[in-house]
Design a protein around this ligand. Structure first.
Ligand code: SF4
Length: 438
């Protein structure tokens, strides 16, 4: 007698927060997919047997978004639209007891290193041989590659070391194997990510191995672009600069959060780098890689930040002219060292300072973009959107930086392909171009 195959368990995964969290979500989906579950990523939750929410617990806004997402799914569960609700990631790692008390209707809470437990809770078998296997959620031509977990720094505003633990480098051969698997699946661009990218190897090999890793990654056939995110200014491995400037596969792109430039604030943040040291490093980077794209992240409104100290930061942004800047307003996080300080900069002032930096950066970005008009750039095509192909130059990381809008009638443009694009127009955060006939 023909037995009807059992209906596949339908699971929807929602991934909040940063690209490092996304990689964890992809690893979980890789396991679930090979356990024959019907997986959707950020799809329709209604009708799902289970929903897994990978949360962010970094700062207030992100925490609120995670809590709202959980509550929305609990309501859907109570309406009988979905089966079970599971929560994983940084918020539950950090607040599991509070969450169990305040939102008891979640079927189970998991931390940041519980993929095996989640697979087994959902009724699957954890496949050890698949470690590093991921179900990629980004467009198939680019992917994030996490090279380590946790952080040994002690920035006083940051809750991450308390959530993700001490710095743990992924063994080099595992990183290379994961990169090769991604490339074998069509990935051409890899964003290297970590809490502290440029600290790679110090725990595992007792020396900085980031340059060595970068060189080995660049030898992978088929990999075209390697991009660096979350470099750290203190102890920056200068030996990577010639690799970046000379190796065509390593993008002339460095994302390095510096957070502030005033010495008193930097020391209160325990960043381990000074105004003078930061300026020298940034200068040396530009000297070694003249057309480098520098992205940074800044925090305004740290406890006690005076208007004068903020003006110093604003003037620095105007003078140094980063290519890309992200700004956060200080979030008073319990469990961090800065939580002992008084959060005495009013929210309205924090917001005002954040907007002043972004306004200044907008003007800088426009001028930098206008200087690119008339140039031809190698552009990777991410998607088609209405009349345009949308792509990025080497200076643009996905989802956070500028895009190039290409109006080309040609229908044979390949998504994930590289094309020479002649820039004819620029605005604040985007460029406009035509495919250029070589
Ligand atoms: S480097 Fe500082 S800000 Fe970044 S994760 Fe580590 S402690 Fe947090």
């Amino acid at each position: 007698m023909q037995t009807k195959p059992a209906k596949k368990k339908k699971i929807n995964l929602i991934s909040l927060g940063c690209s490092k969290n996304l990689v964890d979500s992809e690893a979980l989906m890789g396991q679930l997919q090979l356990n024959n579950f019907d997986i959707s990523f950020e799809g329709q939750s209604e009708g799902s047997d289970a929903v897994v929410i990978n949360t962010c617990g970094f700062i207030n806004d992100a925490k609120q978004e995670s809590i709202d997402t959980i509550l929305n799914h609990i309501e859907a569960k109570q309406r009988g639209e979905i089966g079970q609700v599971y929560v994983m990631g940084c918020l539950s790692e950090r607040y599991i007891r509070e969450l169990q008390t305040e939102i008891p209707d979640v079927d189970q809470y998991f931390g940041v290193n519980d993929i095996q437990k989640i697979v087994e809770e959902l009724g699957g078998d954890y496949r050890y041989e698949l470690i590093g296997e991921r179900k990629i959620t980004t467009p198939s031509h680019y992917a994030y590659l996490k090279i380590s977990e946790g952080c040994d720094r002690r920035c006083t505003f940051c809750a991450i070391p308390g959530i993700r633990g001490k710095h743990k480098s992924k063994p080099k051969d595992e990183v290379l194997a994961e990169a090769r698997r991604l490339v074998a699946r069509g990935v051409k661009e890899i964003m290297l990510i970590a809490q502290d990218l440029t600290y790679y190897g110090i725990d595992l090999y007792k020396k900085n191995m980031f340059a060595d890793l970068l060189q080995s990654l660049s030898e992978i056939q088929g990999l075209k672009w390697i991009r660096l995110h979350y470099a750290y200014p203190a102890g920056f491995p200068m030996e990577i600069l010639p690799i970046i400037s000379e190796n065509p596969k390593v993008c002339n792109y460095i994302d390095m959060p510096i957070q502030h430039i005033n010495n008193r604030i930097l020391s209160l943040m325990q960043r381990g780098h000074s105004r003078e040291g930061t300026l020298k490093l940034l200068h040396d980077i530009r000297l070694a890689i003249p057309n480098v794209t520098l992205r940074t992240t800044l925090i305004v409104g740290f406890p006690g930040e005076t208007d004068e100290e903020f003006r110093e930061l604003l003037q620095f942004v105007k003078d140094f002219k980063f290519d890309r800047v992200g700004v956060f307003s200080y979030s008073h996080e319990e469990g961090t060292t800065a939580f002992r300080l008084q959060d005495n900069v009013p929210e309205s002032i924090k917001q005002q300072r954040l907007e002043e930096i972004m306004e200044a950066q907008q003007e800088i970005s426009l001028k930098l973009n206008q200087s690119r008009v008339g140039e031809v750039y190698n552009v990777i095509i991410d998607r088609r959107e209405n009349d345009y192909y949308i792509g990025r130059t080497e200076a643009d990381s996905p989802e956070v930086d500028n895009e190039v809008l290409i109006d080309s009638p040609a229908s044979d443009i390949q998504i994930g392909g590289f094309y020479p694009v002649h820039i004819y127009k620029a605005d604040y955060f985007d460029l406009y171009g035509h495919i250029s006939q070589l």
